[in-house]
Design a protein around this ligand. Structure first.
Ligand code: DSN
Length: 426
């Protein structure tokens, strides 16, 4: 490494990752082949357009690597089409909106405070200024069940052009069949699922695939449970046409409408080094052992939720059915999520503060914390280790003002974590 300063920072981050336990549910550790593809010479290449239809010469290998990523993504998620160019999940969602909506059109999406994502219409976003977002919620945050009656009433009243199922802080599975039945009552309504958090669970067969219930489009990131590079992905059902020609705006033509919305609509040159790394990650997710990984994520999350419940944590929805847990630390211990996040950071357990449904505290000091098991499962932790993690969490919260005790707990976490190598070491 030529740049000593950057080398030091990379070494510091690697040490932090190796010596800590990563509990942020949207993070993971990639394999060495994924890292190698990210650091490859594909980063040098411009390739605006799509395989076989580029605006620059020299595309012999970029065309092949992008086609490989597309074909693997289609196989993994039973899609007719995959666009692997979005730089991340937010532009993937924006591209779908832009492909299907006109300014002022209505989208029915999950409320941010009930688990939805910023790009699902939070007022601070660009899309919220362009489109009209209506929000559905949980009926009861203690069980997590979505209020499907309210959802249907809102849909019939507002006639959304998109119904969006998906979340970034919701610990239960959605009933895509119910969403689809409601969407089918509205003419021209596109059913869109944002599965960024659970893509790896779907790929591994432990969460439902929204396409099986009639959804038209699925967006995702590639770096969460799917364990690939940071990036985005749009999958669709329909007829794949020539992206150089504007097709009629029909649900059948959605793959081509999306291709045109991504390029030239939103992005210029795709990042072929990231696409190469996506191809590697999709190949890994197609292996039989990925099913074991996905199943273990869910088992670990359930065990961690149980261990937290026995230590007095109040969990939003009462537990988890996926990879993530949302705890209301204000209801549990009278603390805000920022205080808890900081106490746990000091002992090497990394998670994030998060709002809970109908939160009375402000977003920067919300009532909750969000955590999950994708990354620790990659490192090889199993159900039997979850008691220890919950115990460290509780001890650090109790000792939050006792620096000596926190330092002792940190030493214990480091000793424990070093027993589990990073996948890039192997
Ligand atoms: N920032 C991601 C998360 O942590 O869930 C979602 O975009």
């Amino acid at each position: 490494m030529i740049d000593d300063k950057v080398a030091q920072l990379i070494a510091g981050e690697e040490k932090r990752q190796r010596e800590g336990l990563e509990l942020i549910p949207s993070e993971n550790y990639v394999s060495r082949p994924v890292l190698d593809a990210l650091g490859s010479v594909f980063t040098n290449k411009y390739s605006e357009g799509y395989p076989g239809r580029r605006y620059y010469g020299g595309q012999e290998f970029t065309d092949q690597v992008e086609t490989l990523a597309i074909e693997r993504a289609k196989q993994l998620f039973k899609a007719d089409h995959a666009n692997v160019q979005p730089h991340s999940g937010a532009p993937a969602n924006e591209a779908v909106y832009s492909a299907w909506l006109e300014p002022g059109d209505t989208v029915l999406a999950m409320d941010l405070g009930h688990g939805g994502h910023l790009t699902h219409g939070a007022p601070v976003t660009r899309s919220a200024k362009l489109y009209n977002f209506i929000r559905y919620k949980m009926k009861d945050p203690t069980t997590g069940e979505i209020d499907y009656d309210e959802l249907r009433e809102l849909a019939l009243k507002h006639k959304p052009k998109i119904i969006l199922a998906g979340f970034s802080a919701y610990p239960r599975e959605l009933d895509y069949g119910k969403f689809a039945a409601i969407g089918q009552e509205i003419e021209g309504c596109l059913l869109m699922a944002d599965m960024a958090h659970i893509a790896g669970l779907i790929a591994g067969g432990v969460a439902r695939n929204p396409f099986d219930d009639g959804f038209h489009v699925i967006t995702s990131t590639t770096h969460k449970t799917l364990r690939g590079p940071r990036g985005g992905l749009i999958l669709s059902r329909g007829t794949v046409g020539n992206p150089l020609k504007a097709p009629e705006k029909t649900l059948e033509n959605i793959p081509t409408l999306i291709d045109r919305a991504v390029f030239p609509g939103m992005q210029g040159g795709p990042h072929e080094h990231v696409i190469a790394a996506k191809a590697v990650a999709f190949g890994e997710a197609l292996q039989p052992e990925f099913k074991d990984y996905a199943a273990q994520i869910v088992k670990n999350a359930a065990a961690l939720a149980d261990a937290m419940l026995t230590r007095g944590f109040t969990l939003v929805t009462g537990g988890t059915s996926n990879h993530l847990i949302l705890a209301d630390v204000h209801a549990s211990f009278g603390l805000d999520g920022k205080v808890v996040e900081e106490a746990l950071d000091k002992i090497g357990l990394t998670l994030n503060k998060n709002a809970v449904a109908n939160d009375t505290l402000p977003p920067y000091r919300p009532s909750g914390i969000r955590l999950g098991t994708p990354a620790i499962t990659t490192r090889g932790l199993k159900e039997e280790h979850m008691e220890q993690i919950a115990e460290w969490m509780k001890q650090a919260i109790d000792a939050r003002d006792d620096e000596a005790k926190l330092a002792a707990l940190h030493a214990d976490v480091v000793t424990f974590a070093l027993q589990f190598p990073l996948p890039s070491d192997i």
